[in-house]
Design a protein around this ligand. Structure first.
Ligand code: FAD
Length: 393
């Protein structure tokens, strides 16, 4: 009996019937509405973000693991499975959903006022409003504590000045969650989050062009030039870096699963190709070198899936620690990009085109390796957890 790499691991029994049903619904959506177009979007470097957001809202995946405010309130495991299926389509699609749900919506859901939640979350869950999350700056990526964006009080208002860089969804957003340094001297030394409608005077979000990765995703700079917002725009419950870092943990968790979707898609395409490609008068899959590659990739994909399912079960039980998310993000993205590159070798020249998903996934995973904490940052987190020594500086 021939089976797919993931079926060989018999992981389905780890998930509930409802989780499997959600996974299958997202998979069908991706097959129907994304696969036929993704190569063209990727080549053009453009996506119909508004239409996609509305479709994804109707599908129920935007902020799906949050409770209330018209969010679906699913398990974290179901959210992970959805991320995997979305990223099997393209990392850009999963990024749109991650930034909307795990970063922008989660920041408002976790740290926002009741009025902020009522104003934004139902519209964001429906995909009627798109959100972005501005933490990274041109000179401060891995070390957000050094951020230069400033928020200063002016009467009842806040005035924001600064630049954010590499911000997913930025140019198509209706609302930006912007993190800025204030003069407050609390435990977190004054970092605060602000909910900024993107039509506020002084706010601009020019797109970043010429990307070779995540081309089917909007990436932007945020320019804040004396942006005046009322006191009520500040996220009242988030003081210090624990605010944005809590959001990053949510998004990193989704990537633990999502990256495996890209790897699965590469491996499925590779087996399909190698079964029909004849080399020296035999199918490419009948050669031992090819089988060794496919077996090793199957093993890493399945191990990554078991790790994701384990972390998902812990998240649902409320016991998952942030260092454990680092284990999953580091391993699964690293192995997924290795799988994508190995798959490319099996396809030979055909692997470099957009006729197959492999090079697209491999290029996308370069971004996934870097955002939400680079591999090196996750190594430092894990290293500190098991040695007790911080080695960041
Ligand atoms: P740097 O921090 O300059 O790192 C450069 C290198 O130094 C890396 O290899 C890094 O691992 C290494 N390094 C860093 N610290 C150490 C250390 N202590 N020891 C040894 N090595 C170290 N940000 C947002 O806020 N919102 C978004 O929506 C968003 N979307 C993104 C979308 C894309 C496509 C990309 C590519 C990035 C996005 N980012 C976003 C930014 C992303 O989070 C940052 O790129 C990431 O945090 C790394 O920062 P950096 O690029 O400035 O690299």
């Amino acid at each position: 009996m021939v089976t797919t790499p993931l079926e060989l691991f018999s992981v389905d029994h780890l998930f509930s019937d409802e989780e499997i049903a959600i996974r299958d619904t997202v998979r069908q959506y991706v097959d129907r509405s994304v696969r036929p177009h993704i190569a063209d979007w990727y080549e053009a470097g453009e996506i119909p973000a508004r239409e996609l957001a509305l479709e994804l809202g109707a599908l129920g995946v935007l902020g799906m693991h949050l409770d209330g405010y018209d969010c679906a309130g699913t398990t974290a495991t179901a959210y992970g499975l959805a991320c995997l299926e979305l990223e099997a389509g393209d990392s850009g699609l999963r990024s749109l959903v991650s930034v909307q749900g795990s970063l922008a919506m989660f920041a408002i859901w976790k740290w926002g006022s009741e009025a902020q939640k009522q104003e934004w979350l139902p519209r964001m869950a429906a995909g009627e409003a798109i959100g972005c999350f501005g933490l990274t700056e041109p000179d401060h990526g891995s070390n957000p504590a050094g951020m230069r964006t400033r928020a200063r009080r002016d009467g009842d208002d806040w005035i924001l000045n600064g630049n954010k860089m590499w911000i997913t969804n930025g140019s198509v957003s209706d609302v930006a969650v912007v993190w800025a340094q204030t003069d407050e001297t609390g435990s977190g030394r004054g970092v605060r989050g602000f909910v900024v409608p993107t039509d506020t005077r002084g706010f601009a979000a020019p797109p970043i062009k010429h990307k070779m990765s995540l081309r089917a995703s909007v990436t932007s700079e945020l320019v804040l030039d004396n942006v005046r917002v009322p006191a009520s725009a500040m996220l009242p419950e988030a003081d210090g870096l624990r605010g944005p870092l809590s959001c990053l943990n949510e998004a990193r968790y989704g990537i633990v699963w999502g990256s495996l979707g890209a790897a699965r898609d590469c491996l499925d395409a590779t087996i399909g190709y190698a079964n029909v490609r004849e080399i020296f008068d035999r199918p490419l899959t009948s050669f031992q070198i090819t089988q060794t590659k496919i077996a090793d990739m199957t093993l890493e994909l399945g191990k990554g899936m078991l790790l994701a399912a384990h972390l998902g079960a812990m998240k649902d039980a409320g016991t998952l620690r942030h260092e454990q998310i680092s284990l999953g993000k580091l391993n699964n993205v690293r192995e997924s990009i290795a799988i994508a590159r190995e798959c490319r070798t099996v396809l030979g020249a055909a692997g470099i085109t957009l006729d197959f998903p492999i090079m697209r996934h491999a290029n996308n995973l370069e971004s996934v390796l870097t955002y939400e904490g680079t591999s090196e940052v996750h190594q430092l987190i894990i290293g500190q957890a098991v040695t007790g020594q911080g080695a960041y500086r």
